[in-house]
Structure formats: C-alpha cells, structure tokens
Design a binder for this molecule. Structure first.
Ligand code: ARG
Length: 556
C-alpha cells in the first residue's frame, strides 16, 4: 500500500516516499504527506490530497486494496482497506519464517547483567538482566549474530575485603586448604565492608590486598578463585530462575589481561597524557554542554580503574568477536562513565564501530525512590523474587494448589511484563498487587488470554478466505498485521517495551473478538477462518512472550 501511494505521488510529479500510518479516526490508516508536499510545491494540502485520491481511484485493482479512500480537511487522506487486502496480507504473513519484515545481519555484543562477585544480586540487578536478555532475544530473532556477555565485576575492592576477612578468620591455614561456603561469603562481605567504613587502617589494608591480587599475588589468587567459583554458582542460580543466560562469563579480571597490549597501542596513538602522575585521556569535545572530566586510565599509585576495565574489555571483544556494535544495558546513572569510555575508545582508535549505552531506570519502592528493604538496606534480588511468589500464592485460594513450575512461570511473567512495559530508561514503582492482577496491563492478563484461546483451537491451520465476519474480527486481524512493524521498531531502537505494549493491545482485541463472536460450534469456512485467526494470534503471543523471556504455564 505504501508503494502504491508512493507511485501515485510520483506519477503526479510529487517526489516523496509515502508514509502510511495507523489512523485513530474512523479510518484504518491515514496519509499525512500532503501537508509536507504543500510547503514544497506551494499548493493547498487539500488540493493535493484530492488530486492523489482521484488518481488512486483510477488504479486498476483499487478494489483489491481499498474499501474506501477519502479526503478530510485540511488535507488528510483516510484509508479503509478492503477485507481482501487484510486477508491476503495475513495469509502472506503466516507463511513467513519470522514476523519482522526485514532480516538483519550484524555482529552485536550485548553487555548486560553486570553482577559483582562476592556480593549477592540485589534489586538493582533485575532490570539490566531482564531488559538485556529481551534485547538479546529480539536482535537474535531478527537474524543478527548476538553475543551476550555478563561482564562480572570480579576484581574490585570487594575481593580485597573478603580476602582480608579470610586472613583474619583462618590465620594459620594454607590458602589451598581454606574451605569457603556461600554462607560464609554472605556474612563476610557486608561485615568487612562495614568495618572499612569506620576503620581507615582496615580499609587501606583491603585496598592493598586488592592491588596485590590484581598484580598476581599467588596466595590471594588461590582464595580469589575459590570465592569466584562459589559466588558465580549462586549468581547463575538466580539468573537461571529468571531465564537469563549468557554466552560468556567474562569478567573485569579478563580485561586486566589486556591492559599491557592495549596501553602500548594507546601510547602509539599519543592520546594518553600524564596528569599529576596519573594516566588520563582527555575526552572533552567543543560542543559539550556539560563538563566532561578526563577518562582516568591509571592512578599515580599504579592502580587501574573501572573505565580501564571497560576499555580493556572492548579491546578483547574486538579481537575475539570483531563486532559491529557493542551495546550496554547498565543503570542509567552510569551514563557519564560510558560517555567517557566511548570517547576514549574512539579517540584511541581501539574500536571504530557503534558503542551504545542503554541506561536503564530504577525499580522504585512506594516512595518512588530506588527500592529498599524496610530497614533501609538494599533488597536482595532473591528476596524480591520470593516476595512476589508468596504474594501470588496468597492472592487466591486456587493459587495455593497450582503446580510449582507453573507458579514460577507466572512469577516470571509478573515481574518481566511489569518491567518491560516501561520504556527502559524510565523508573517505575514496583507494585506487586497491581502487577499480579489478571486484568489490566499485566503479564497474567496476557497469559490468561493465551490460555483461554488455546483451550478452544485446533492446530488445523488453513489459508484464510477473503471474508471478515464482524467489526471485532476485523479489529483483531488489523492488529495482527501490525506485528511486523512492532518487531522492526523494537529491534531498530533496541527497546522491548514496544513489544510489551503491542502484546497488551493484541490481548485486548483478542478478548473482544472472543467475547463478541460465537467461536464454538461453527462449521465450514467460518470455522476454519476463526480457528486459523486464533491460532495465528496465539502463535504471535507465544513468540513475542518468548522474546520478552516469558514462558507460558500449562494452566492458571
Ligand atoms: N559491575 C558494575 C556495577 O555493579 C556494572 C557493570 C556494567 N557493565 C559494564 N561493562 N561496565 O556497577
């Protein structure tokens, strides 16, 4: 249709790629291009619109496309498409391998998750994991080669703190013989971390251990490996529960191995400056609206920084994956860090591709501030998940009798849909009650829609006839046709919320269809048509839920 409009414009001497958009008037679609053309060709938009519609009506297969095309002042073109057009397009879409209209073929690294070893995951780790995994799934679905890397924070000061704790608790045991448990870790890190805040001497000792560890102290490395093994196992357990999986479990320590080579390369580019004994890269640009501090590469005492780790990681990714793009799903409050790192990477020519930070917003408590426990501490992610599960089970008597695997799937749907329906940089208030409702813009509503339809369909899919049987039938079919555009947009902008929003809209029209049409006890073509439409509806829901990382329970 877009093409037909473009051709018609061109045949009248108007040079424009037509844009057909969804209409919120009486029509299905509309074209607003006449306003743009009016400025260029110094005519009234209304005259151009009439000219175009008259020309369109001369097209041989006009009736195949349209039920009606008319003009409304001051120059809109309103389009009501024919039933045949809708059915033909649906038949075509149903044979497609993927629902998006275009395939992509880029190599993209997605850096998401970003947990820190030796500390339990907390609420702040929820969004980077869920959004990152959804973006990963979407880009892969579109045909890209996608590489997911968790980027563990495995060599920061928390490591020095835990090792300090171990040296205190096991002063006479050889590092190789010290046994570390998860409980021990969970106690020790907060204990020593608190101690560092009051005791300068301990703090300095911990920093010293961290530095020696980074420089390769053998004893510390033995302990470090043990700590990593136990902590990472626990981190994996929780990501598994959320169905979040990574291709690579590289950490900052892997980046450290790249520093020598990378720094030598950077020196050759003459981008590194010495400032008060520290190595920095100046990343100011002349159009900057805010102050851009230099990117700190190495402190005067020789210690490397967070930015150095990210640059070393880019260096490694270029060597190993040669990506077109590296995308970071990390808390939006780290934006300045990433701007500095990206500029330093460009300036030193370690990577010429696209670097993008998708800074996520926070999960907030009822006070609209980042979520805390009642006592004011950070809430462990595991506790949040447990709370949601408990709330869901207590919501209705029937829920208590549900299959545990199904409950976990619903818990996943509640959390993920709540999260992904928000544009990723927005903060949102975590309201378990609201998110668990079966009515409203929630995960359970989408699941319920799917399961209800699933009960009455048979897998016997036929080619659709050209007939549409009611307004609600028509509305559902038009909505189904939107799927390609939605997928293209979500993938192009790397924003899963478009898919969540569409899933909700689709569920609303699907429920309307179900309520307003007799779908059971039919025979003949009508039965086949309805069965096929509902099958297609559920195929789309299932595929899109899958992209959002949401699994469907057997029943609810
Ligand atoms: N571990 C970091 C933190 O807790 C997040 C890592 C994000 N990813 C990155 N490439 N910097 O703040």
């Amino acid at each position: 249709m877009q093409e037909l409009f473009t051709q018609t414009f061109k045949s009248l001497g108007y040079d424009i790629e037509a844009k057909i958009v969804k209409s919120n008037q009486e029509a299905d679609f509309q074209c607003d291009d006449c306003f743009k053309l009016a400025k260029v060709y110094h005519k009234s938009p209304l005259d151009i619109a009439n000219e175009v519609v008259n020309k369109l009506k001369e097209v041989k297969d006009f009736d195949n496309y349209f039920k009606e095309v008319n003009v409304s002042a001051p120059g809109f073109i309103n389009i009501i498409v024919s039933d045949k057009y809708i059915c033909d397009n649906l038949n075509n879409l149903m044979t497609k391998e993927i629902f998006g209209s275009t395939k992509e073929n880029h190599t993209i690294v997605v850096d998401y998750g970003g947990p820190n070893v030796a500390k339990p995951l907390h609420v702040g780790h929820l969004r980077p994991a869920i959004i990152g995994q959804a973006i990963y799934n979407i880009l892969k679905y579109k045909g890209n080669k996608v590489i997911g890397d968790v980027h563990l924070g495995d060599i920061g000061t928390q490591m020095g703190q835990v090792i300090y704790g171990l040296l205190q608790d096991f002063p006479n045991t050889k590092p190789a013989d010290i046994k570390i448990t998860l409980d021990y870790l969970n106690d020790t890190y907060p204990k020593i971390s608190a101690l560092c805040k009051e005791n300068e001497e301990v703090k300095n000792k911990c920093l010293e251990i961290t530095k020696e560890l980074q420089e390769g102290n053998k004893d510390y490395q033995i302990l470090w490996q043990k700590i990593c093994a136990i902590s990472v196992q626990d981190i994996k357990r929780i990501y598994d529960y959320l169905d979040v999986h990574f291709d690579y479990w590289y950490g900052e320590s892997d980046a450290h191995k790249q520093f020598k080579e990378m720094l030598a390369f950077m020196e050759k580019q003459h981008v590194i400056k010495i400032d008060d004994g520290a190595k920095i890269i100046d990343v100011k640009e002349k159009d900057d609206k805010i102050e851009m501090p230099p990117c700190l590469i190495q402190k005067s005492d020789g210690a490397y920084l967070y930015a150095t780790s990210d640059l070393g990681t880019i260096w490694q990714r270029v060597k190993e994956f040669n990506p077109d793009e590296i995308l970071y799903v990390v808390d939006g409050r780290q934006n300045m860090h990433f701007q500095q790192v990206f500029r330093a990477a460009k300036k030193s020519h370690i990577f010429e591709g696209v670097l993008q930070h998708h800074g996520n917003g926070t999960v907030n408590g009822p006070d609209n501030k980042p979520f805390k426990t009642r006592a004011g501490g950070t809430l462990k992610l595991e506790d949040l998940l447990k709370n949601v599960k408990e709330e869901f089970i207590n919501l209705r008597e029937e829920n208590k009798r549900m299959d545990d695997e199904d409950i976990d799937k619903i818990v996943g749907a509640i959390i993920k849909f709540a999260d992904l329906q928000n544009n990723l940089e927005r903060n949102y208030i975590f309201d378990i009650k609201k998110f668990s409702e079966v009515n409203g813009k929630t995960g359970p509503y989408i699941l319920y829609t799917y399961l209800r339809i699933n009960k009455i369909i048979s897998p016997n899919i036929k080619k659709l006839s050209s007939q549409i049987y009611s307004q609600t039938d028509r509305a559902l079919r038009l909505k189904l046709l939107e799927v390609s555009e939605v997928l293209d947009l979500a993938s192009k902008e790397r924003r899963p919320h478009y898919i969540a929003e569409y899933l909700y809209e689709l569920s609303v029209v699907a429920n309307n269809f179900y309520q307003n049409n007799k779908v059971l006890g039919l025979t003949g073509v009508k039965q086949d048509d309805f069965n096929t439409i509902l099958n297609f509806n559920n195929n789309i829901i299932k595929a899109l839920l899958g992209l959002l990382g949401i699994s469907i329970p057997k029943a609810m």
